[in-house]
Design a protein around this ligand. Structure first.
Ligand SMILES: *Cc1c(COP(=O)(O)O)cnc(C)c1O
Length: 417
């Protein structure tokens, strides 16, 4: 599902250059048709009696995107109390939201209990405190299966040194806590993160989870997390979600039979649902030829899209202003006073100052990781839906930068003027 270089299409024939004229640059653009298609793909890949796809909203939390996915039938996976609140504002029912925090205090978990959402606990200390405080509220536990999946250590969270989850070797301790407090465990969860693209590797992790699930009597669901890989460039391997679906569904149905109950199968993809739907549009300010490079300096930087600098992520970059120009090699850099390279030695249709470049796969972990570094404004976001464009977040202004700043009255002490 990878478009050739320089081709750029939005659903419904929306003109992307016109969008930059209407809303300015830099600009995030999301295509609802792709979000819906990806959600449908994953929803149809699994053939089980009870299936729930919870969108991991940290990938892209704009409330219009949350509403779109709610209308498609998704639940929500959240990692902070603020994400829980955004989900409720977007109209998700509390029971369709699961709260999976890491290293938060009991106070934040208590807030989630008050809001009525499902709770996923990832350490024994909190499990004990929770059991003493709320013995009647069923919870899910997050296990650490100790598997290394995929290649990117920075986004791998299921290995033995990881801070996430309760070790599978600590299950005897978990059972003691459950017996002592009378807690009901309603779900078992794992999320290995990283880039899993081999269905067999995923199944190995699933077997570990099945093994643990057998020892809990009151289960209602099994949550296998996410980590599905999407292609960022030509030749990239994508998780074969259909093959994975066939493999996991068969094994899950067998497990339910031996367990004696039809449990709900849950997945919580973020990237798989929204990555491809997003594009980040930037304008070229300067073409700078040095002894070894042609730099194209754009009106954005690591403050708006940090994945290339943070994870060495590859985002395809195309020149949508001059798609049929002759290709040359460029290094695309940002305007931040720090090295912020979007792409090195990329072959791109000839770039002129003023051209608009599109960075692809900018739906997941792009806007949601944006900051105000260098006191720059965060960009606007636009949603393309059924042939129309909708502004879903305004570009920031000076008021936003100043909103919470308080000018200290220090004129009377020696530091004052
Ligand atoms: C981030 C996260 C996800 C989503 O991961 P993707 O790679 O974006 O699909 C799912 N579950 C949990 C608990 C997460 O923290």
């Amino acid at each position: 599902m990878y478009l050739e270089n320089n081709r750029y299409e939005l659903s419904g024939g929306v003109d992307i250059i016109a969008l930059t004229e209407k809303y300015g640059c830099p600009l995030y653009v999301y295509d609802s048709a792709i979000i819906k298609r990806q959600f449908k793909r994953i929803n149809e890949a699994f053939k089980v009696k009870r299936l729930k796809i919870n969108y991991a909203c940290k990938a892209l939390t704009n409330i219009s995107i949350l509403k779109l996915l709610r209308a498609e039938g998704a639940g929500l996976d959240t990692v902070s109390i603020q994400e829980v609140e955004l989900g409720l504002l977007a109209g998700f029912k509390p029971q369709d939201i699961i709260y999976t925090p890491n290293c938060v205090g009991l106070n934040e978990i208590e807030e989630a209990v008050e809001l009525g959402v499902r709770i996923n606990i990832d350490n024994i200390s909190i499990l004990e405190q929770f059991g003493q405080g709320f013995p009647d509220i069923p919870v899910c536990i997050r296990i650490n299966p100790h598997i290394v999946a995929g290649g990117n250590r920075k986004i791998s969270v299921g290995h033995i040194d990881s801070k996430f989850g309760i070790s599978i070797h600590q299950m005897p301790h978990v059972h003691k806590v459950v017996e002592a407090t009378g807690l009901k465990i309603e779900g078992i969860h794992m999320h290995t993160g990283s880039d899993i693209y081999e269905p067999e590797v995923f199944l190995n992790g699933a077997e570990i989870l099945f093994n643990i699930a057998e020892s809990f009597q009151d289960l209602d669901y099994l949550d296998f997390g996410s980590g599905f890989k999407v292609p960022y460039k030509q030749g990239d391997i994508e998780t074969d979600i259909e093959a994975l679906g066939t493999l996991i569904s068969k094994r899950f149905n067998e497990f339910c039979e031996s367990y004696g109950k039809n449990l709900t199968l849950i997945f919580e993809p973020g990237k798989f649902i929204v990555s491809e739907a997003g594009s980040f549009l930037v304008r070229v300010n300067v073409i700078k030829q040095t002894t070894s490079n042609i730099f194209a300096g754009v009106d954005s930087g690591l403050n708006h899209l940090i994945r290339p600098m943070f994870y060495d992520a590859h985002h395809e970059i195309i020149n949508i202003s001059n798609p049929s120009g002759r290709s040359r090699f460029y290094t695309i850099v940002g305007y931040i006073c720090e090295t912020d390279t979007f792409g090195t030695n990329r072959r791109i249709a000839e770039i002129r100052e003023g051209d608009v470049l599109a960075m692809k796969n900018a739906g997941a972990y792009c806007f949601s990781m944006a900051s105000n570094y260098n006191s720059r404004f965060r960009p606007a976001e636009v949603l393309i839906h059924e042939g129309k464009d909708y502004l879903i977040r305004k570009r920031e202004t000076m008021d936003d930068l100043l909103r919470n700043q308080v000018v200290a009255d220090i004129s009377s002490n020696s530091l004052g003027e």
